[in-house]
Design a protein around this ligand. Structure first.
Ligand code: ZN
Length: 174
């Protein structure tokens, strides 16, 4: 799928992943526009970043390469995510996807469609299982935040799974 490369201030992400690979996708809400996320990540003083942003109309912006570490889920507060490993910063093994909008607002259909396709593509690249243990909400790591708000995670993951099925069915016979 097409994404627009936006980039990120070098002070807001880290080259490489300390030997880790992405094995979890973390869903966020911008609490603002897709453009505001790009501006924040390109502000050298913000000290935050994510790999992708998904707009309400389905546009996808990429800020950082998947093989690099973004600063989106490094603060652990009363985590409820059961696969959280001890002593390792979650940023090293997660991919962060921001979503345009406000926490209480419903995502438009186009945003679900684009996000689920992006999730499916990332999962295929890194062999990440498409389930609720591996596609998680930010607040499952940081309970002091409501992020990502009202997103229907079961719907998002089901759509990502059906995107996988279509890809397999559509593959040429071997
Ligand atoms: Zn978040």
């Amino acid at each position: 799928m097409q994404q627009k490369w936006i980039g990120c201030a070098s002070s807001n992400f880290r080259k490489g992943r300390h030997g880790y690979e992405p094995r979890v996708i973390v869903i966020h809400i911008v609490v603002g526009s897709l453009e505001s996320a790009g501006m924040t990540f390109n502000d050298p003083c913000s000290a935050v970043s994510a790999h992708y942003g998904v707009g309400k109309t389905g546009e996808i912006h990429q800020f950082v390469e998947e093989s690099d570490t973004t600063l989106h889920a490094g603060t652990v507060v009363r985590p409820t995510w059961r696969l959280l490993g001890p002593r390792v910063n979650p940023n090293y093994y997660t991919i962060g996807i921001e979503h345009e909008g406000l926490p209480q607002a419903r995502w438009p259909e186009a945003q679900y469609r684009a996000s689920s396709t992006l999730v499916q593509e990332i999962a295929n690249r890194w062999h990440i299982p498409l389930d609720r243990d591996h596609v998680i909400m930010h607040r499952e790591i940081r309970a002091s935040k409501t992020c990502p708000g009202s997103v229907d995670m079961d719907r998002l993951i089901a759509a990502a799974n059906s995107a996988t099925v279509i890809a397999v069915v559509g593959a040429p016979p071997v």
